[in-house]
Design a binder for this molecule. Structure first.
Ligand code: ADP
Length: 746
């Protein structure tokens, strides 16, 4: 480690708390650490543990004892016969005597996991993957020797499927807990149970920027709590007189940043915007505005413009961290990723639009959509705080004081606002059947749980009693939304899995088209022309497959991608994911599935088509899509060309995405299914990724959609619940009477 890095690490606020933190971790199973963003929680804390010899030896000894007990249990199973094999505890033999410390740090965001791993490897002067690495969906840089893994929270939930007690780790750090992302909330429960079973051989650290500490302390059994104080400087907050409209938001944000650049002293500028598209639009607009200012004869000091958002590549993102020379200012247009996940040094000024793009469950359609919403007060405070880390700063809020006062205190946990189907399926596949009473930190609404179970039932992942089916187990092997997993498994039966793997892979990456915004009028027009040349009236899924196949046929040619305005990086990534999905599909046994598909209407239809020699692969792809998404069937309304009515829930109106091939070719089929829902308002959804289908294919399923017994699915037995409640009330009454008697006697 270079001296410079050593000195830098010593200056971080967390350094002063190192001994106290290490002591608390030695003595406790759970510990909560809070501290300002940038104080060193994500990058330093795991290194303190890695480098503490005493801690390592101690925890390795505890792990050895625990695993040896496990071996005994394994040799004498409590249950005899067939079940004994299934219930045998998992013991990784190589971990019993290993003296390697294994730490996993979870991040809600992919980009943060990569960035942290790279940063820590750099600080330790190591290549990525040797001692430190990251693992995110479809991208893994870790090896057997990796001791410190930065992973997305979803990855650790999936690892719990294989190893419920997380015996592969000695320390779990749940970072960015304040974000309350869906999978971090699930992990709170899974890791808490695992740590209890591990009898002190697994340490759990919860770290966060700002935290509603009481909920966390209660949940983690009153565990100790260390607050890392950092040095911070005052930030002057200014409000706009009026709230800005959505149309003017980007315009005003850019103007505010330019005013600051022209009139303020040193310090970089961070501009918080709702989404990635806004970031790109603003960067371009800012260039143009600065050119205008310059042309009008005003002197413009040297400036560099950047964007920062979740779906960027790590190369693009790493440029933002590089220091500009002292006479150049950086203006960074960012989403809420720069609120707490990533820290950029030297920020002196913040412009806050007060909005964020969030995934929200749309109960009308049963799907999530990304919606632009006001931030919470906590988020506004976090954003302001970015300006005061290294110097006194200024924050300009593009909203009024009254608007600020009307904001909710904290951000609502994701588990309270998104579709829970994939979480429910994962819990079921871990053997957690009673999902309604699963011990979440904050209980999702019963309605949300019921709707997600309904979706799982409709795609045959669970049966009418809420039990996971063999098909459900199969789906849980795939790191995909259950409906996509179903479509992929069906595609294997329908002999089109190569094509479906490619489609799902394309949909798992950033758009394969180049990012050209409407601001670039010529570029946008050219993109639309090319898209319409490649549009396949069969739908968006097959159009994407077509252009992807053309690129592959052009031997992955770079020039072809350039000429057709394709994003080469996304294409390559999609091809890599396609190969990984194909490997997964190969692991799905056709023989095992055939028991299920023998009864399946869509599969019978496929067989019939095939036998009659009218077989056509595009039709099979659509049938496979229907098997995962038939509940998203919509029919054209006759009062508006691109407006559709969903079959269920009845009366739900949805619009066609302007980017869909159907909008491009201006032909709107009678019946379609869609696999994603967009739209920035909660009132009406926008169908994204649409394919034309034949209504007859899905008709037999409609009766299923309407008459699902949700309470049976959720295993809620009214009589039983009623009886329990009466018993509980009686017990309480007796206790109260006894208390009263005691008091009277005294
Ligand atoms: P926290 O988790 O408390 O928000 P971090 O451990 O992420 O803090 O960051 C500590 C410090 O390390 C930051 O203030 C920043 O100076 C530096 N740092 C973190 N990540 C990077 C990176 N990718 N490139 C450069 N510096 C970084």
């Amino acid at each position: 480690m270079s001296q410079e890095i050593q000195q830098f690490r010593a200056t971080l606020p967390i350094n002063e708390f190192k001994q106290e933190i290490l002591k608390q971790i030695q003595e406790n199973t759970f510990i909560i650490i809070t501290g300002d963003t940038g104080s060193g929680k994500s990058t330093q804390l795991p290194q303190y543990l890695l480098d503490d010899e005493e801690f390592r030896l101690n925890i390795c000894q505890k792990r050895k004892k625990f695993l040896e007990e496990r071996v005994e249990e394994k040799e004498q199973p409590k249950v005899q016969g067939f079940l004994s094999k299934k219930l045998k505890p998992f013991v990784p033999e190589d971990r019993i005597n290993s003296t390697d410390l294994k730490i996993v740090v979870t991040q809600p965001r992919r980009m943060a996991a990569i960035s942290m791993a790279k940063r820590v490897a750099f600080e330790r002067n190591q290549n990525l993957g040797i001692e430190v690495g990251y693992s995110i969906r479809f991208d893994n840089s870790t090896t057997n020797t990796t001791q410190l893994r930065y992973v997305t929270d979803g990855i650790l939930v999936r690892e719990c499927l294989q190893d419920k007690d997380l015996t592969g780790y000695d320390v779990v750090i749940l970072d960015e807990a304040h974000e309350r992302s869906l999978y971090t909330d699930v992990l709170f429960a899974l890791v808490k149970t695992a740590a209890k079973r591990r009898k002190g051989s697994l340490k759990v650290i919860i770290t966060s920027a700002t935290l509603n500490i009481n909920i966390f302390k209660n949940y983690f059994e009153g565990c100790p709590y260390v607050k890392v104080h950092g040095k911070s400087f005052p930030v002057e907050v200014k409000y706009a007189e009026h709230n800005i409209t959505q149309q003017k938001r980007n315009h005003d944000a850019v103007n505010a940043a330019i005013r600051m650049h022209l009139h303020e002293g040193p310090g970089d500028i961070l501009v918080f915007l709702p989404g990635s598209e806004d970031c790109e639009v603003c960067r371009k607009f800012c260039y143009e505005r600065l050119a205008e200012v310059l042309n009008s004869g005003v002197e413009v000091p040297s400036v560099l413009l950047y964007t920062l958002y979740g779906s960027q590549t790590s190369e693009d993102q790493s440029q933002v961290f590089q220091r500009a020379d002292e006479h150049t200012r950086k203006i960074i247009f960012c989403t809420n990723i720069a609120e707490t996940s990533l820290t950029i040094d030297n920020i002196g000024f913040v412009v806050d639009t007060g909005y964020v793009k969030q995934k929200v469950y749309n109960p009308r359609t049963g799907m999530d959509s990304l919606i632009i919403q006001p931030i919470s007060k906590t988020q506004a405070i976090q954003r302001t705080g970015r300006a005061g880390r290294t110097q006194a700063g200024k924050c300009y809020r593009l909203f009024s004081k009254q608007f600020y006062e009307s904001l909710s205190e904290h951000t609502t946990a994701e588990i309270m606002r998104v579709n829970l189907a994939s979480v429910m399926l994962l819990l079921k596949s871990m053997g957690i059947d009673d999902v309604v009473r699963f011990e979440f930190m904050e209980q999702p609404t019963q309605e949300a749980i019921l709707q997600s179970l309904r979706q799982l039932y409709l795609i045959q992942a669970i049966d009418e009693d809420g039990q996971i089916t063999p098909m459900g187990y199969e789906m849980s092997r795939y790191p995909l939304e259950p409906s996509y997993a179903k479509a992929l498994i069906t595609s294997k039966m329908m002999e089109c899995s190569n094509e479906m793997s490619a489609i799902v892979a394309i949909l798992s990456t950033e758009s394969i088209w180049q990012r050209i915004t409407r601001v670039d009028v010529d570029g946008y027009q050219k993109l639309q022309e090319i898209q319409s040349q490649h549009a396949d009236p069969a739908g968006d899924h097959l159009s994407l497959l077509k252009i992807f196949s053309e690129w592959k046929q052009a031997t992955f040619n770079e020039q072809f991608a350039k000429d057709t305005l394709l994003n080469l990086r996304s294409l390559k990534q999609a091809d890599n994911i396609r190969q990984q999905l194909q490997q997964l599909v190969e692991g799905t046994s056709k023989k095992k599935c055939s028991q299920f598909y023998d009864q399946d209407y869509l599969y019978k239809l496929f067989r019939k088509q095939k036998d009659s020699k009218k077989w056509n692969i595009n039709e099979s792809i659509k049938l496979a899509l229907c098997s995962g998404f038939y509940f998203n069937t919509a029919r054209k309304m006759h009062n508006g060309e691109d407006t559709y009515l969903m079959v269920y829930p009845e009366g739900t109106v949805v619009d066609t995405d302007p980017q869909s091939v159907y909008t491009v070719i201006q032909q709107y089929p009678e019946t379609v299914i869609f696999t994603e829902l967009g739209g920035t308002s909660q009132v009406r959804g926008v169908m994204k990724l649409i394919s034309e289908i034949n209504i007859e294919w899905v008709k037999p399923y409609f009766s299923n959609m309407v008459k699902v017994d949700l309470f049976k699915l959720a295993r809620i037995e009214f009589q039983q619940r009623g009886r329990d409640a009466v018993q509980e009330r009686r017990q309480k009454k007796i206790q109260e009477q006894e208390k009263q008697k005691d008091l009277e006697q005294k």
